[in-house]
Design a protein around this ligand. Structure first.
Ligand code: SAM
Ligand code: SF4
Length: 329
């Protein structure tokens, strides 16, 4: 799958649910209305869709959400997708999770062929964690992360940097990750969906964070690229990688290798644009694999050059109406 700008699409992020057991302040409004179950792809439909992308050249598949591990039956889907890894049709099967259900599932994930996971963790302080997630129990997440480590999964921590909230915990997170052998990626808030609050209040530009970190950590630039939006450095003091995802201060679209599919089967070639193609129709109308693949290829051909997110005093409304839990992070 090569788009009109010559970018090869080899990475699919597939959302398996819009539901979540947390309500992170930058991701959701407090009183979110979730989709009716009938709108959401069944596990069988998700598997067939993933199969079509694999035949078209996808080599890396990330499950996301909402919270992927709250989807009923998700482990059976993961086991079936893991068979593609075992057969060499897929280089990597992974997921992004909030970690609340990891203690129960870490061993199963490893057995299914998952090697690495991203866990979102915005604070190591139980009260702050509860404030950011509006409901979360930090102890449960830490237990889950411990279980993942014990199961042999490589863990990368994702932290959304929030002005005046976890801004001064970042040093603590760097040290904590270093002690445990985890890489860490810092993320700028993106203007997705109405969250019932002011985006400008949350937005913390990572270029300023990086300058501050450089006064007391040795950050060695790395050539390493995941083909994604993160720019990486190595923290000399811990030996671990530190990534910066800066959609607002630095465009990263030129090397984009990925597309996203929502849990309702809508393919978004770009996270930051409204262009979308419905794949649930072809899936449910009994169309052939060739027709499904044709719909995917048509969308890839129109993948846009880049996003145009902006947060400043003139742009405090969401750039896009859909929330991150709908598109999948
Ligand atoms: N529930 C899982 C989790 O939290 O890891 C997976 C889905 S979540 C939408 C995926 C990632 O998106 C998380 O790391 C989360 O912090 C991030 N995220 C959510 N809303 C965001 C926003 N508005 N801006 C930047 N990152 C966001
Ligand atoms: Fe749930 Fe993840 Fe969104 Fe937090 S970021 S509310 S854990 S989907």
């Amino acid at each position: 799958m090569i788009d009109s700008f010559g970018r090869s699409v080899t990475y699919l992020r597939l959302s398996v649910t819009d539901r979540c057991d947390l309500r992170c302040v930058y991701c959701m409004a407090e009183d979110m209305a979730f989709l009716p179950k009938a709108d959401v792809l069944s596990l069988e439909e998700l598997e067939r869709l993933a199969g079509a992308f694999l035949r078209l050249g996808v080599r890396k598949l990330r499950l996301t959400g909402g919270e992927p591990l709250v989807r009923r039956g998700i482990m059976s889907l993961i086991e079936r997708l893991g068979e593609h890894v075992a057969a060499g049709r897929l280089d990597e099967l992974t997921l992004t999770t909030n970690g609340t259900q990891l203690a129960a599932h870490a061993a199963g994930l490893a057995a299914a062929g998952v090697r690495r996971i991203n866990v979102s963790l915005d604070s190591l302080d139980p009260d702050m964690f509860r404030r950011i997630t509006r409901a979360g129990d930090l102890a449960k997440v830490l237990e889950g992360i411990g279980a993942a480590k014990d199961a042999g999964l490589a863990v990368k921590i994702n932290t959304v940097a929030l002005k005046g909230v976890n801004e001064y915990e970042i040093d603590c997170l760097i040290a904590w990750c270093g002690e445990r052998g985890f890489d860490l990626t810092l993320i700028e808030t993106m203007p997705l969906g109405d969250i019932g609050g002011d985006r400008l209040e949350q937005y913390l530009p990572l270029d300023a964070v990086r300058r501050r970190l450089e006064t007391h950590w040795t950050l060695e630039p790395l050539a390493f690229s995941s083909g994604g939006p993160a720019r990486y450095v190595r923290v000399a003091e811990t030996g671990r990688k530190l990534g910066f995802i800066t959609p607002l201060t630095e465009h990263f679209c030129d090397g984009c290798n990925r597309v996203r599919v929502t849990c309702t089967g809508t393919l978004y070639p770009c996270l930051g644009q409204e262009d979308a193609v419905d794949l649930r129709g072809p899936l449910r109308q009994g169309e052939s694999d060739a027709a499904l693949e044709g719909a995917i290829l048509g969308a890839i051909a129109h993948k846009s050059k880049g996003h145009d997110f902006l947060i400043d005093h003139d742009h405090q409304r969401p750039a896009l109406a859909r929330h991150m839990n709908t598109t999948g992070g």
